[in-house]
Write a protein that binds this ligand. Sequence first.
Ligand SMILES: NC(=O)c1ccc[n+]([C@@H]2O[C@H](COP(=O)([O-])OP(=O)(O)OC[C@H]3O[C@@H](n4cnc5c(N)ncnc54)[C@H](O)[C@@H]3O)[C@@H](O)[C@H]2O)c1
Length: 453
Amino acid sequence: MKRRNFLSLGSALAGSALYAGALPGAQAAGRERLRIGMIGTGMRGQVLLRELVRRADVEVAALCDIEPIMLGRAVQMVMAAGKPAPATFGENGDGYAYRRMLDAGKLDGVIIATPWEWHAQMAIDAMQAKVPVGCEVVAGVSLQDHWNVLDAQLKTGTPYMLLENVCYRRDVLAVLRMVRSGLFGDLVHLQGGYQHDLRAVKFNSGDPSKPYGGGVEFGQKGWSEARWRTEHSVRRNGELYPSHGIGPCAMYTNINRGNRFTRINAFASKAAGLHDYVVRNGGEDHPNARTRFQLGDIVTTTLSCDNGETIILQHDTSLPRPYSLGFRVQGTRGLWMDLNRGVHVEGVSKPHEWDDAQAWFAKYDHPLWRKYGEQAAGAGHGGMDFFVIHAFVEALKENAPMPIDIYDAVTWSAITPLSEQSIALGFQTLDFPDFTGGKWRTRKPIFAFDDRY
Ligand SMILES: NC(=O)c1ccc[n+]([C@@H]2O[C@H](COP(=O)([O-])OP(=O)(O)OC[C@H]3O[C@@H](n4cnc5c(N)ncnc54)[C@H](O)[C@@H]3O)[C@@H](O)[C@H]2O)c1
């Protein structure tokens, strides 16, 4: 059977309740080397590229970026690793050059690490070209984007994975084992979010050697994320970056696999932080001091689940603060909170006192980290970027379902347009669409049960 057909079969089965492990033929496929392409070789693409070039089972066959400096840096990384020069696309600034790469590349997979507004179209084009997709967060911008990406995946059967790396964080995976072992009892309430001071990401001087801070420019005068991400803070008001927080919470609560989100609402505070930053760093007369940012500094989203859990997400990227994803996982027998690095388990911990979470993490360390921890050392974001690339590559090689699949991708990512809708309607509570069309009732959890990926 040809590799492409083989992959399609795997994906078609992935959505069914039949899956219980690697699909037949996985052994044969397991010895293969994959030709991988990348669309978007900016700051994030280059971090993921570092993981790809380290692997003996991956050939970085093609790279596409419309910014020659970013493309050049990426090519250099491949060459510096002693690998053959990849084919390149996009040098002429054609935003659709990636389509030629998809057609020409004979690729076994493509990583999409472009601005959000491109993700849905690029993923759809890749799936239609039968090139399996590893897509950076988010899956799309509008709600319709999410339905379109889902529709393309279901029609083509081409594998799609959302590259949500936080699901592989060491403490997050240890907590997954705690949850599955019943340590916290019946889960009741969870919290997470994206609490990351991005002001020096949203604004810079436009100097390609300084992507973080040093100015208050954005849009065409900015560099890297300042060039496109800031515009989302100008035009949109919602939970703009849900997956780092909701990914782990969804895995803990088996969303789309026995459970689902039922209702959602979002509240947004005033937008004051970005304007204040521009005025203090660029002066009141800087043209960007006149920009009216729509994004509330703190956006709080609440979700309810069919099994009765509630989940709160907080998006907090425009005010000074140290980084924290703010996880809290609480059940009838105990809880974990990451901000105070605390675990409390009734009957084991001293009453009303926190244990240092580290001892619990050591006890419940995930087999993936025990096996690959050393290899992951030095990879981006404390090692978790190793695992997300590893998972995409290994699942492709084994022709197995993607561990973070199309339903996870669209469900997590659609929180953004739904939260925008809720805020625009005066913080209304809305029904959460069932992207699985009822299949959530019978689908079984598959994420991170062993040490493979
Ligand atoms: N998972 C994580 O931890 C993490 C961290 C950072 C960024 N990201 C995500 O990665 C993605 C990229 O972010 P980034 O920080 O690398 O931004 P970036 O601006 O540094 O890079 C994006 C690149 O895409 C290129 N590009 C834009 N349009 C294109 C097109 N039509 N064809 C080809 N290339 C195109 C740009 O020229 C740029 O080089 C975003 O979705 C972001 O949210 C994820």
